[in-house]
Design a protein. Structure first.
Lengths: 297, 307
């Protein structure tokens, strides 16, 4: 890849927010809302990737590891129950090795009717530095592991710990994935330029990700809940012009802590009661988008 | 830089955890716990009592709250000493008002330097747990096993000498351990450690030298995390603890006794402009019939008796 191509890899064409064709969601809803729980497994003593350190402290990073392990022992169950109670299915960003380590959590999500996409093998194994064969291996591993554990064929991808290579998106399309959650340029779905097939970028979010809320913006639980409500209200209003997408990306070890889960419930209540939200899964949003904009595959 | 082929080997990819310290367990699948006095929620206050030498040690790492300026760092040295002179007494006062007995994670150097403070804590009915020697006594991989063993033994022995009994609990500085820590604590006869934040009830932790119990002292609910790291107000802290208590009380109706760890730092919470809000919080929860306060050793004994 030349330096010019590197500087602008040509992910998508520029498309101003004004004057776009109207996207319509089912039943006249204005904002497609999807919740993306990250169900992850982090290794206590992972192999070293020279491009990125896994834990900030020498292994074992007891706080880092045990904080995340809280997800599988405690907070997943709290978060999942609350989502089900208010009618929100999950579209799961899955460290696929969780299927091996803690199948109880994966089975629980599957039984709730949630959809799975890959978030890599572990969230402590990064794609930086992988050659094409290695990258194909983690994609194939993801497809096979999730199929075996849940019966579902994964349709999407969120790179492990958001680590990519310049070939990742092309490979995802080649393997028949429908969507990527790795691009943050829009509040509506966008088709990404890929060598073959079709790949849609669905709006995920870092800005309203619970990790950003609590550790980048240092919000209190109630401030975070208020942030999500404001985000939703604005997107639901603008969606009357052309349907918008709001993702609520969660990590149960954050949102499922006892001081946060109560305030968070107000968000789900607000969105469920509002009437303008199409509360659904990532794959359904991408399908509805493609029906209107053209299925290229 | 390309990656070695072994980067895609996953030797510990298997059913269960990727280590042998504890098996996977879902909190909601366990036999419900019943606390003494039929309390539904037990609050476990832990105050960290810390001495920061004015010459910091970076091996294996510098403790949070340690010296920051060129020598002499009078500002941080004295601001931390404010905690051991003033702040601790404000916190003890808040708990005395409601009759709560608590745990105090104590650097052993504090016991040697300020025996009067230790006497006040003990005579108040509180528990002393070991918290290394002083704030230069950090632990992480890289610290030689013999040195770590000596550090743990030194802390326990010095505390025992002043208190008269050997501490049953241990809190590492910044909850940081090496791969040897749990084993060395078990060998030293420590009954419980507080470092692993992965649960909300005690659980058994296996080492090559036998079992030790981990009672999770959730760092997310600490004054350091909420007030110092996340820069929130004490009123927001009090709101968050109240929200947590209410959530756990409701959960206890279905799932059995719950525990709320409350980790406090005298130089953070014990300031004049913060303490009133904290006292109000403590007084409020103390009024609730279903909420109790307990020392770590009491929680441990109650939990163990039900296993």
């Amino acid at each position: 890849m030349s330096d010019v191509q590197k500087s602008d890899p040509g992910l998508f064409d520029y498309a101003p927010y004004r004057g776009r064709p109207k996207i319509e969601w089912p039943d006249g809803k204005t904002c497609a809302v999807w919740v993306a729980p990250n169900l992850e497994f982090y290794e206590l003593d992972p192999a070293v990737n020279p491009h990125r350190k896994s834990w900030p402290k020498p292994h074992p990073d007891v706080v880092g590891y045990s904080h995340r392990d809280h997800a599988n022992r405690v907070s997943h169950w709290r978060m999942a129950e609350m989502m089900t109670k208010h009618g929100f299915p999950g579209s799961v960003s899955l460290s696929v090795a969780l299927c091996d380590h803690i199948p109880e959590v994966v089975e629980d999500a599957n039984q709730r009717g949630w959809e799975f996409f890959s978030h890599g093998i572990y969230n402590t194994r990064y794609s930086y530095g992988m050659d094409e064969a290695q990258e194909r291996a983690i994609i194939e591993d993801s497809i096979e592991t999730v199929q075996r554990a849940t019966g579902q064929r994964i349709k999407g991808w969120l790179a492990p710990a958001l680590t990519h290579t310049p070939r990742t998106l092309d490979l995802l399309a080649e393997y028949g994935m429908d969507y990527t959650c790795d691009l943050y340029h829009d509040d509506q779905p966008t088709d990404v330029k890929v060598k073959s097939g079709q790949l849609t970028a669905i709006p995920y979010s870092l800005e309203v990700n619970d990790h950003y809320g609590f550790f980048i913006y240092n919000m209190s639980p109630r401030e975070y809940a208020d942030t999500l409500i404001r985000q939703y209200d604005r997107l639901a209003e603008e969606g009357a012009q052309s349907g918008t997408v709001m993702c609520i990306p969660l990590h149960s070890y954050l949102i499922g802590q006892p001081h946060r889960i109560g305030p968070f419930e107000a968000v789900l209540e607000h969105i469920a009661a509002d009437g303008r939200a199409w509360i659904t899964k990532a794959g359904d949003i991408v399908d509805a988008f493609r029906k209107q904009t053209g299925d290229l595959s | 830089m390309s990656l070695d082929a072994s980067y895609l080997d996953y030797p510990k990819r298997r059913h269960g955890m990727d280590h042998d310290y504890y098996p996977y367990s879902n909190l909601f699948d366990r036999k419900p716990v019943q606390w003494p006095g039929d309390k539904k929620l037990m609050i476990w206050p832990v105050i960290s009592l810390e001495y920061f030498p004015m010459v910091p040690n970076d091996n294996p790492f510098r403790a949070p709250g340690h010296m920051q300026t060129a020598y002499p760092d009078y500002r941080h040295y004295t601001a931390r000493e404010y905690g051991t002179r003033i702040g601790i007494y404000r916190l003890l006062g808040a708990f005395e008002k409601v009759g709560a007995k608590i745990s105090v994670a104590t650097n052993s150097v504090i016991a040697q330097r300020y025996p009067q403070l230790i006497e006040d804590i003990i005579s108040g009915g509180h528990e002393i747990i070991a918290h290394s020697t002083d704030m230069n006594g950090t632990i992480a991989s890289g610290l030689a096993e013999a040195d770590e063993k000596a550090l743990i033994e030194g802390s326990l022995t010095a505390l025992e000498k002043v208190i008269g009994t050997r501490p049953r609990g241990w809190l590492s500085i910044a909850r940081s351990q090496s791969f040897n820590t749990a084993k060395l604590l078990a060998e030293a006869g420590v009954d419980y450690m507080c470092d692993w934040a992965n649960d909300e009830l005690p659980y058994a932790f296996q080492t090559d030298s036998g079992a030790i119990t981990n009672i999770p002292l959730n760092h997310e609910l600490s004054d350091r995390q909420i007030i110092n790291v996340q820069q929130q107000s004490v009123d927001s802290y009090a709101q968050q603890m109240t929200d947590a208590a209410n959530w756990l009380l409701a959960e206890a109706e279905q799932n059995g006794g719950r525990m709320l760890p409350m980790h406090l730092t005298p130089y953070i919470m014990g300031l004049p402009y913060r303490i009133s809000s904290f006292e109000k919080l403590i007084a409020g929860v103390a009024e609730h019939n279903d909420i109790g306060f307990a020392r770590g050793d009491a929680i441990l004994d109650s939990w163990k008796a039900q296993k």
